[in-house]
Design a protein around this ligand. Sequence first.
Ligand code: C2E
Ligand code: C2E
Ligand code: C2E
Length: 88
Amino acid sequence: PSTAEPATKVVINLERLQQLPAEKVGPLARYAATIQSQRGDYNGKVLSIRTEDLRSLAIIYDMSPGELTEQLIDWGVLPPEARPSHEE
Ligand code: C2E
Ligand code: C2E
Ligand code: C2E
């Protein structure tokens, strides 16, 4: 499809996030770190965040939520299964 659809389940790969350069993932990395801190959740390899957070992050990255979903899959931060069309 020409219009990418936003992920319905946002499960961030934290190990992959740490490997990417800060100039790309800085805002996302800070957002994830803030949520980890608010939850006291520091031990996971992944972090599940709210669908609503994807909309906030899309504004920060100046993309649509669907475009940001594709970008995050491209970076390996979200798995390809995050695409709504790949839902089980
Ligand atoms: P799932 O949602 O597919 O998550 C699989 C595993 O990913 C979890 O195993 C956990 O190790 C990790 N994980 C996912 N999100 C986070 C996160 O935000 N932080 C951290 N630290 N780890 C995360 P776990 O904990 O054994 O849970 C197994 C399954 O039990 C989950 O599969 C889910 O279906 C259910 N579950 C666990 N906690 C919750 C919850 O708070 N709400 C709901 N609705 N289901 C939960
Ligand atoms: P809050 O929004 O007032 O949520 C209070 C508690 O309700 C959370 O404590 C958590 O135990 C539970 N809770 C709320 N929504 C969900 C949900 O969708 N799934 C599950 N499994 N539990 C939920 P917790 O985790 O210690 O978080 C403390 C505060 O940190 C939250 O207060 C919220 O202000 C912030 N926070 C945590 N995770 C996120 C997130 O993914 N996105 C955003 N925007 N804020 C978050
Ligand atoms: P989940 O725990 O399986 O929750 C799935 C959906 O149920 C959430 O999607 C939200 O729409 C609804 N939900 C669950 N608990 C609450 C609640 O206390 N208040 C409200 N208003 N809605 C609730 P959403 O928001 O996209 O979150 C996706 C996943 O992100 C959650 O899956 C959970 O794994 C994680 N998450 C989100 N917020 C929190 C939080 O505050 N604390 C923790 N520990 N995990 C959270």
